[in-house]
Design a protein around this ligand. Sequence first.
Ligand SMILES: [Zn+2]
Length: 231
Amino acid sequence: MRRRPAVAAAAAACAVAALAALGRASAPAVSRVPTTSRMVALTFDDGPAAPYTAQILSLLARYHDAATFFVVGREVKQFPELLRQEVRDGMEVGLHGMTHLNLHTVGASNIVRDAQRERQYLSTVVPAASLSRLYRTPYGMKNPRLERELAAAHLTLVLWDVDTRDWARPGVAYIVRQVEHLTKPGSIVLFHDGGGNRSQTVAALAILLPWLKRQGYQAVTVQTLVQAASG
Ligand SMILES: [Zn+2]
């Protein structure tokens, strides 16, 4: 453990950089927050969707965990009450665009305009909530122009370091194994609560939330993870 001080110093430096990323114009994407604290950010894309979002919220409540939901505006139009429940339950809501556009097809400017339109729309559904400025591109795509334009719009690109591949429905055991093998302090884990049948995701979470607790991990929002790591 001779290397620990150097590792800790590097982690602290990265945490400061990540915090700056949340508040500054020339921000790089955040995929993980290096920290020695046993905290992780669970993130859910493509919802809200019935019945999965409510099932996930109920599991998170049971284990007193928080998470970040990168919602799609089109889905919020269908299930506005689920977005309100996310906010009521203390979850963080991030942007994933009105219609799940593909960066390579539509280009960076359209992606950013779509994100801004979504943020405006969400503020009409949950007017009292303070909406985060976190944005996740559909398919996790990015390029330098998108990063520049998101930064100019004061939006922070949040990706992930743990991909459960749950969108492909690879089986509950696979999803569980991905998280158990890949999660480290400061990890950002990608799940999906929308975009298809997510019963495997829900079943995996019922196993993973108590597993994370047993490992000493606390599941928090992306914003909390970044802030805690910087302190
Ligand atoms: Zn997506």
